[in-house]
Design a binder for this molecule. Structure first.
Ligand code: NAG
Ligand code: NAG
Ligand code: NAG
Ligand code: NAG
Ligand code: NAG
Length: 360
């Protein structure tokens, strides 16, 4: 019997996102890799995640604590590791894994601030230059893989010269949300604005296809059950000369996720919706007064995981030298999302002063 070689991966983390997203989505593509182990700080939480995973990955091992982490680091059969931990610890752990020669898919945000991003990128550079082959450090940002946003990227040229951009986010991060009590998100500078906001900035950057050069913002703390700030209103300026607004309320009674770009020849809008499934409704309004809409169900997490596993397979199994990895997964892309929000938060702390973006 021919045995097809598959990359072997481990997951670090056994929280809500691993149990409700990683494991179900990975099970859809279980023919593409072998899930070797799941690690958590405590045996109890690692076991709870492994119990869920066993249905699709019968051979998965339970690892916990310092010893379990060392086992993963020293296990030469593990090609890649998904790091799905508290935002404050991810960079440190990712760098330790990279040093051990593992490819890493780290959950967003890429880091908690730009000084950490700078240090991270310089460590990665030196680790990579010592590594015998190509070493991947990816940031898992599913919005860059959402079919609705990918479709918009294809349509954007049709609106002609860009005149205005709006990003309106009214979240529903109240006590019914499973992440509401997450302690690390509450102990994060920028609170939910940074942790959730990187998704919407990723969508914005992808849609407009150029970088943000400067921002000005007002922030406030209104809902005292949330960490500060919980709302932000920002003006941003794009490299292409166009400007726009980014408004985000962490917890509202009116859930809304919308990007809208108005151009000389048309308008493109993408809005979260529900048509039997959750997804994005993409609408194009043309010069002839016509509008066209299509609905794209969510599948960003699956697509992003598939892309990472493909990159790992190409490099470790097919030994393809100088293989060009998926650009939407690159660490630098994740870094740029964080830099935009940090600049907005910084401007907010200084009553709207114009802040120029750090370039990554
Ligand atoms: C915008 O519309 C004008 C006039 O209809 C046309 O000449 C031009 O090519 C269009 N530009 C784009 C980018 O579609
Ligand atoms: C919050 O973060 C600080 C600094 O990152 C850390 O020293 C502290 O232990 C954290 N507290 C909690 C409750 O996680
Ligand atoms: C939280 O927000 C959702 C969506 O708006 C709403 O259905 C739910 O009732 C809210 N829960 C609380 C406790 O306010
Ligand atoms: C889009 O066009 C349809 C007719 O083709 C019309 O019924 C609808 O109101 C239009 N929607 C908007 C937002 O203009
Ligand atoms: C920056 C900003 O928009 N702040 C607003 C946050 O929400 C409260 C309550 O609606 C407003 O008073 C603030 O102006």
């Amino acid at each position: 019997m021919a045995t097809k070689q598959l990359p072997q991966i481990a997951i670090l983390g056994a929280g809500i996102f691993v149990k409700t997203q990683y494991l179900p989505r990975l099970s859809e593509i279980s023919h593409l890799f072998i899930l070797k182990s799941i690690w958590s700080r405590t045996q109890e939480s690692a076991t709870a995640a492994v119990d869920i995973a066993r249905k699709h990955f019968p051979q998965v091992e339970t690892k916990w604590g310092d010893n379990g982490f060392d086992d993963i680091i020293h296990d030469g059969s593990i090609d890649a590791v998904a790091v799905v931990l508290a935002g404050q610890n991810q960079v440190d752990i990712s760098l330790r894994l990279l040093k051990a020669g593992k490819h890493v898919l780290q959950e967003k945000p890429a880091a908690s601030c730009t000084s950490e991003l700078e240090a991270a990128l310089s460590s990665y550079k030196s680790i990579s230059s010592d590594a015998p082959g190509q070493l991947i450090w990816s940031v898992a940002e599913n919005y860059r893989f959402e079919p609705g946003l990918v479709e918009c990227k294809k349509l954007i040229a049709g609106i002609g010269k860009m005149m205005s951009v709006q990003v309106i986010i009214e979240g529903s991060m109240n006590s019914s949300n499973p992440y509401f009590s997450s302690s690390w998100r509450r102990n994060f500078t920028g609170g939910f604005i940074l942790d959730m906001g990187v998704h919407f900035i990723a969508g914005l950057r992808m849609l407009v296809g150029c970088e943000i050069v400067s921002v000005s913002a007002m922030t406030s703390h209104v809902d005292l059950t949330l960490p500060p700030p919980d709302n932000i209103s920002s003006v941003f300026h794009l490299e292409n000369g166009c400007s726009g607004v980014f408004v985000m309320v962490v917890s509202s009674r009116s859930p809304k996720t919308l990007w809208r770009v108005v151009g000389l020849n048309g308008t493109l809008q993408v809005e979260r919706g529900f048509q039997g499934q959750h997804g994005y409704l993409v609408s194009f309004y043309g010069t002839d007064g016509q509008n066209k809409s299509s609905f794209f169900p969510f599948s960003g997490v699956t697509e992003e995981l598939k892309a990472f596993i493909n990159d790992v397979s190409e490099i470790t199994l097919k030994k393809r030298n100088q293989f060009v990895t998926e650009p939407r997964l690159s660490y630098v892309e994740g870094a740029r999302d964080v830099a935009v929000l940090e600049a907005m938060l910084e401007s907010g702390a200084r009553q709207g002063e114009l802040v120029r973006l750090k370039k990554f």
